[in-house]
Design a protein around this ligand. Sequence first.
Ligand SMILES: [Zn+2]
Length: 295
Amino acid sequence: MEEHCLVDNLRYLIIILSFYLILLPGSFAQDQYVSEKLSENIYKITSGNSNSVLFVGNNSSVLINSEHFFYSEDIKDFINQITDKPVKFIISSHYHGHIENELFSVGDEETTLIIHENSLNRLLKSEQEGNTKLYRTISFKDRLDFKIDDEEINIIHFPKAHTDGDLAVYFKNSNVLFTGNLFYSNSYPFIDVLSGGTVRGYIDASNGLLKISNKKTILVPGNGKASNEKVLGNFKKMVINSKNRVQLQIHAEKQLKIILNERPLADFDADRWGRGLIKSHEFVKNLYRALSVNN
Ligand SMILES: [Zn+2]
């Protein structure tokens, strides 16, 4: 994802400027963070291209991160403006392990990190290399359910999708589903083959998320606006169609350069998918490489 850095920064500026212009009731902004209240006790917090979700209970809070889970003083200050209930759990929706030569802390003395075991292994490697400081962690394989006050929280692992350690988090009573980067509401997705992601797993994850969702579910992607089941259904169709098109070209033994020139996703480009973080040619390249490796 590093290749998106410059473009990300520009988009990030535009996003911040837009939010200052159209702040919604119950929402506020500070420096790089913008919050949006989704339900009685759930907030979406956006930083650059990355969404987090904050659940505020009677005595404590839970923070779920997508791309960034540095638990910095900045994010703490921002959360303090929303609530005085301390963050006890940080759930990491996934970890790529692409952050190198940069010391960062995951959590602090007050928090426990909840993470999939594959992502934890990557973090432990980073810790051994002296790049990461890890505090308390809980890791698991398939699923973790717990309850805070009246809210039932289901954390579900979807294998080999965006990475090999993706978690979705469903707040059952509030009917809010945080998908991490298993779903992009305004963009083509990114399948990180080097971190264990696969196209088949990505499509399976869309099916799994659709099973959890209903018409009233608020879906919070790791990237993009809060969304709904219908958009997720369209996203799944777009991913399947894109995969089939690129797969056909690979079977026809066409070179990537020629496939890109033919613009196989032109109709989707004109739709919402072509206007987001991941551009059409990037997604075609991503599919070509992922499908050439194993699926
Ligand atoms: Zn990611």
